[in-house]
Design a protein. Structure first.
Length: 271
């Protein structure tokens, strides 16, 4: 169950303290490092179905970005540069040089900045349903409005449940009370704004500067991607012959909904 998995991993989480704040992170396994960057209103729990499985063969590191989860809010205005540099600071302290970088949703904006600004550190870059790719669909905007209205009228958990069922996951049986409670907990813990950054659409320009091979993973049932799946596949292939794209019948939180498939294919890509 997700609550038990979160509790188990939370007991292994550490806190890195620096002059500009603290970061909560998990560091599991041994081998070539794989670094995970979560999405908006999230935390390292966005990788809860992936970290332990992948740690069987690799070292996996995932933090709550500044202003998310159990990490402190940034002292300065939140930006891609602030978030990306704090992750680099953590990795420097952990003596991590080159690594594979994996990002989800808004985290793809952060990872794009990291890969474009420090190309010598990035072996591969995996983007799962990235945000900041261009205008969002009308259906996504409508669902986000609905979730906000429900949150105002019946409470945070109600709005989060709408988002989980209509954006994050295509299988309603996965939307359990404990998952809703965990997601709502992280929404409440978020102290920075990400949507204005994502809607400035920084991701394409950043990824076009990336030198490492890129794997773009899209959910055909994700309202963030469904209106442009073929175009985004074509775009990532056009940047480099080394790049890959995969489309799965899943919604936004693909690495949770299709965890076994994702873990297997990520292992193949980064190997």
């Amino acid at each position: 169950m997700i609550a038990a998995a979160f509790e188990r991993l939370s007991r292994q989480a550490r806190q890195q303290t620096a002059a500009n704040g603290s970061l909560s992170y998990v560091d599991l396994g041994k081998g070539q490092p794989v670094v995970f960057v979560h999405g908006g209103h999230g935390g390292w729990y966005h990788w809860i179905a992936n970290l332990e499985a992948l740690a069987q063969g690799r070292r996996v590191i995932a933090s709550d970005l500044p202003g998310f989860g159990a990490s402190s809010a940034p002292a300065e205005t939140f930006s891609l540069e602030v978030a990306g540099q704090r992750v680099f600071d953590l990795l420097d302290e952990l003596d991590v040089g080159q690594f594979d970088l994996v990002a989800f949703s808004f985290g793809s904006c952060v990872a794009g900045y990291m890969a474009a600004s420090r190309p010598e550190r990035i072996r591969t870059l995996t983007l799962v349903n990235p945000a900041g790719m261009g205008p969002v669909s009308a259906s996504l905007s409508q669902i986000q409005k609905e979730a906000a209205e429900v949150a105002r009228s019946v409470g945070m958990e109600g709005g989060v449940e709408v988002s989980l069922k209509k954006i994050m996951l295509s299988d309603p049986s996965l939307v359990t009370p404990e998952l809703t409670a965990l997601a709502a907990r992280h929404v409440r813990a978020t102290r920075v704004l990400t949507r204005p950054i994502a809607r400035s659409n920084p991701t394409r320009a950043l990824i076009e500067r990336v030198q490492a091979p890129v794997w773009l993973v899209l959910g055909s049932k994700d309202p963030h991607q469904a209106h442009e799946v073929a175009a985004r596949e074509g775009w990532i292939h056009s940047l480099s012959a080394r790049n890959r794209a995969s489309v799965q019948a899943a919604a936004h939180w693909l690495q949770y909904e299709r965890a076994e498939w994702f873990n297997r294919h990520l292992s193949e890509f980064i190997s």
